[in-house]
Design a protein around this ligand. Structure first.
Ligand code: C5P
Length: 404
């Protein structure tokens, strides 16, 4: 019984694959889960609530009010009760309503008040699945953190063949079990993980500086992911306004400039097991940082003389001990794979995360990212658009696989 004590909301929308939901429900119950079914009005055309109620041992929720008593079904309470919501099948219509918040049935209101992670198993014919509007909705949902059960990594290149068909109940069950296993995994227990994050500020004078648009979001997502997996995490973070990891276990060292970041990293690196360089360190700093404020009338035409900053990742890479794992990032606008592979070598990294510099939904400042992991021995793994926390999870999985 791999799902003992787990509370699952099973959402069913109106597709022909709804007949398979009964099998999925039985599998979930057999593994020990408690399941509350929420079905859309259309779903009931494909499978009867009586069947689902008998299998789950609970009345099926479909209307906002119970027909016999007039009692209001609380989607908010369901959200608090559930550990996971699985919507299978998720039709094109339900995905569209989820993506835009059209709360005209119990399934969507339950989704909108869900506090728990949500998985969807899309089910429709290939044309509907391939339509740009469905793909856009799926991207939106991925960006909102929804786990989409249909495009395993690496399969995207092979086109859309077979896509749109709902995963089989047994496959969905395995995804659910995996989800709970990974949520309770402590595979970094006892390890020290150091992460750099955010931009650096290079002083021109006491009021002006050179910086960049890095938000620190990826570094923070990584810090939270590793902390949740049992690591002892130190985040060396450049200036990010009003943002810090919510996980109290993360120790944060605040720095401003690249030189300060280097000092802090050097101290932490000695006994680090894993170090991740997610910061966007300024490559140059003004040769002199003027005390006070440079006055306009003193200035005239002005040239800033810049000197190179140290490459923190490369310096640590040059001093890497046996057993230490170093991970870098490559934000690239073109020739990403070649450039990332070069940086992997030049900085003596074990893994590099390539992400695009020219999209608004990925890379700098976005909440989502599109990453490719490149490692030693020609290891390469591409992922679709995901939240930065989901990216952090697959990065941690890849680090866990590196031999130490
Ligand atoms: O060479 P490039 O700046 O593209 O390399 C990016 C990687 O190197 C990132 O992991 C970044 O955090 C790290 N880096 C660093 N110190 C620098 C420049 C980059 O640690 N001065």
């Amino acid at each position: 019984m791999r799902l003992e004590g787990k509370h699952i909301v099973l959402g069913i929308s109106g597709g022909i694959a709804a007949y398979k939901s009964a099998a999925l429900l039985r599998l979930l119950i057999k593994e020990g889960a408690e399941v509350q079914v929420v079905i859309t009005p259309n779903g009931k055309e494909f499978i009867t609530p009586a069947t689902l109620a008998a299998l789950s041992g609970k009345p099926v929720v479909s209307e906002f009010f119970a027909a016999n008593t007039g009692e209001w079904h609380s989607h908010v309470d369901l959200g608090l009760w559930a550990d996971l919501m699985v919507i299978a099948p998720a039709t094109a219509c339900t995905l569209a309503k989820m993506a835009t918040g059209v709360a005209d049935n119990m399934l969507i209101t339950t989704y909108l008040s869900a506090k728990e992670p949500v998985m969807v198993a899309p089910a429709m014919d290939l044309d509907m699945f391939a339509h740009p509007s469905t793909q856009r909705n799926l991207d939106t949902l991925r960006g909102d953190g929804v786990i989409v059960l249909d495009s395993p990594s690496g399969e995207l290149a092979s086109g859309l063949e077979g896509k749109g068909r709902m995963l089989e109940p047994e496959q969905i069950l395995e995804k659910v079990v995996e989800h709970f296993e990974s949520a309770s995994r402590k595979d970094f227990a006892g390890e020290k993980v150091v992460i750099t994050a955010g931009p650096t500020r290079e002083k021109i004078d006491d009021v002006r500086f050179i910086a960049n648009h890095s938000s620190g979001k990826m570094g923070m997502a990584l810090a939270e992911e590793f902390a949740s997996r049992g690591a002892d995490v130190t985040l060396v973070c450049g200036p990010v306004e009003g943002r810090k990891p919510v996980d109290a276990r993360v120790k944060t060292v605040k720095v401003e400039s690249a030189l300060e970041m280097l000092d802090a990293v050097k101290k932490e690196y000695r006994d680090a097991d894993v170090t991740i360089f997610a910061a966007a360190v300024a490559d140059y700093r003004p040769e002199v940082a003027v005390a006070g404020k440079i006055k306009r009338e003193e200035r005239g035409p002005m040239t800033l003389s810049l000197v190179e900053n140290p490459d923190i990742a490369a310096e640590m890479g040059a001093n890497k001990r046996e057993g230490q794992v170093n991970v870098g990032f490559a934000l690239e606008s073109d020739n990403g794979l070649q450039n990332a592979a070069k940086k992997l070598d030049a900085k003596n990294l074990d893994l590099i995360v390539l992400n695009p510099a020219n999209r608004s939904d990925a890379g700098f400042n976005a909440d989502t990212d599109i990453i490719t992991l490149i490692g030693r021995d020609n290891m390469k793994e591409e992922f679709p658009l995901m939240t930065k926390r989901q990216c952090a999870s697959v990065i941690a999985n890849a680090v866990a696989k590196i031999a130490r």
